[in-house]
Ligand binder design. Structure first.
Ligand code: COA
Length: 152
């Protein structure tokens, strides 16, 4: 049976924090490591975002077992507001290794896109990992004109 994809709730925030950590670890994105209280800080940040509506989290739920997650974060930008152009960032896409390649990420990301559209977003951006890129491209994400200057 397919996992239920349901909105993330306050009771999920430890799973969301641990998944965030696992994603960053797996992708090697925090070479300087984490602060010792990373779990509590991430959980607090995600709780606040769920509470004020700025973060739309989704959780894959297999009869009570959480198997993956994804989020859309609304971008808070005065320029965006002034130009009446709301946008979101896709973040925290993670599927527990034992449950990969069976469509969970696709379903999770699709829900996060819907959530953003319902809130008036006209664009969603993201930074992709190599393994997730085919998924995002198949959902319509395309190259943008962004550049980055790495200072470290
Ligand atoms: C990337 C990730 C979220 C994919 O989760 P998943 O549930 O396995 O993805 P899905 O089953 O929905 O796969 C959808 C499509 O994505 C592509 N895909 C998924 N994993 C892939 C891989 N390892 N290599 C190449 N393509 C992959 C395929 O096109 C796949 O469709 P297919 O199985 O029909 O060929 C998961 O591997 C993961 O958590 N990776 C570590 C964290 C990460 O990279 N997160 C994304 C940050 S941007």
């Amino acid at each position: 049976m397919l996992d239920e994809i349901r909105p993330g709730e306050p009771r999920d925030v430890l799973f969301l924090a641990e998944s965030w950590w696992a994603m960053i670890e797996e992708l090697g994105l925090a070479p300087a490591g984490f602060l010792p209280d990373w779990r509590a800080r991430l959980a607090e940040h995600f709780s606040a975002g769920i509470a004020d509506g700025s973060q739309g989290w989704f959780v894959a739920d297999r009869n009570g077992e959480r198997t993956g997650c994804a989020a859309a974060f609304l971008r808070a930008s005065v320029i965006g507001e002034v130009q009446r152009r709301r946008s979101a960032v896709l973040a925290g896409v993670y599927v527990v290794p034992a449950f990969r390649r069976t469509g969970r990420a696709r379903r999770l990301v699709t829900r996060a896109i819907e959530w953003s559209r319902e809130r008036g977003c006209t664009q969603i951006s993201l930074q992709t990992s190599a393994s997730a890129e085919p998924l995002y491209r198949s959902l319509g994400f395309e190259d943008d004109r962004g550049l980055v200057l790495n200072l470290a």
